[in-house]
Design a protein around this ligand. Structure first.
Ligand SMILES: Nc1ncnc2c1ncn2[C@@H]1O[C@H](COP(=O)(O)OP(=O)(O)O)[C@@H](O)[C@H]1O
Ligand SMILES: [Mg+2]
Length: 317
């Protein structure tokens, strides 16, 4: 759905903001484009939207080169930019009608505008001027605006920046809904790791304009895990901890949010993991304890991010 090949951007002052970026986003993905401030996220998203011309390489949207197909691409995509040029005197409804008209030769569709307002949870704010909106409401209106042309893809540049936890959650939920019910492919940039972890099925991590990792979150969790770790909840974690320490291949035990964190030797085969689990269960049950919960501990996006960016120290720009 979105593909770039060796994409580069050197700004007029000679600064290379994006270097050799090859992205693969498939239809239906919620793709997270992740990196610290100044990594080149906005520069990239603007090249994908056709707002900025790459210095090298190309962008394909739905198999079409962005260069040379500006009007077709514009019909296919919706954009929620980093900062919006809101027209503060307009009401939410007028704002959407205005953009609807831009895409439809001055036409209007009141019921579609109402549908969009409902989708983003702003039905009761239809007649309120945008100038009175909170940041979260403005972001939701921005998403409605991005949907006005019934796009196949939407691009969002840091959509949850500056929102409180509730506002962040609302945006996440909204993006999930848009993706699931309308099948819209979502490309989102963020430096907020938690956002990306909750929302995205695939991520690309960039740093200093260089792509350092790309893949699905489970792929990255598997790639960067050092060993096998489990979280365990038993009827008595103190006693359980003593029992578990005796097990071969368990290297460390500690506490994480009230649960027992059990870390095993790295590079265990699937069979070895199974036998550790078996021993563990046997030890605990024969110690007269109950097992209430046992889960594999996976790396968070934050764990992965730090591992990826540390591993990248040797890369020369
Ligand atoms: N118009 C410009 N001219 C020169 N350098 C720029 C310009 N816009 C952005 N940059 C630089 O490019 C780098 C990447 O910026 P940006 O894409 O905005 O990063 P991000 O969105 O990841 O925070 C930054 O170092 C920034 O200062
Ligand atoms: Mg940015």
């Amino acid at each position: 759905m979105i593909q770039t090949e060796h994409l580069e951007k050197t700004y007029r002052n000679g600064f290379r903001a994006v270097k050799d970026l090859s992205l693969h986003v498939e239809k239906g993905d919620i793709f997270g484009f992740l990196g610290p401030n100044g990594a080149g996220k906005t520069t990239t998203i603007r090249m994908l939207d056709g707002l900025l011309t790459p210095t090298q390489g190309k962008v394909l949207i739905g198999g079409m080169g962005v260069a040379g197909h500006t009007s077709e691409i514009r019909r296919m995509i919706g954009v929620v930019p980093e900062s919006h040029g809101y027209y503060y005197w307009m009401t939410a409804k007028e704002y959407l009608q205005y953009f609807y008209a831009l895409f439809n030769n001055g036409g209007s569709d009141e019921s579609y505008v109402r549908e969009l307002l409902a989708k983003v949870g702003l039905s009761d704010k239809a007649e309120v001027p945008v100038g009175q909106f909170s940041r979260g409401m403005k972001q939701r209106l921005g998403i409605a605006k991005a949907l006005v042309n019934r796009p196949q893809i939407i691009f969002l540049d840091e959509p949850t920046l500056g929102l409180d936890p509730r506002g962040q959650r609302e945006i996440q939920q909204l993006l999930f809904d848009i993706n699931k019910s309308d099948g819209i492919t979502i490309f989102i940039t963020s430096h907020m790791l938690k956002d990306i972890e909750v929302l995205c099925n695939k991520v690309c991590i960039i740093k200093d304009g260089i792509q350092v990792e790309q893949g699905t979150i489970p792929e990255l969790q598997e790639k960067y895990r050092d060993g096998y770790s489990m979280l365990l909840q038993t009827s008595d974690n103190d006693v359980a901890e003593g029992l578990i320490r005796r097990i071969n291949r368990v290297t460390r035990t500690s506490r994480e949010e009230g649960q027992l964190l059990i870390e095993c030797e790295s590079k265990l085969s699937d069979d070895e993991i199974l036998s550790v689990k078996h021993e563990l269960v046997t030890e605990i049950l024969s110690g007269g304890l109950d097992i209430r919960e046992m889960t594999q501990k996976t790396l968070s996006m934050e764990d992965i991010f730090f591992k990826v960016t540390d591993a990248d120290k040797g890369v020369i720009a």
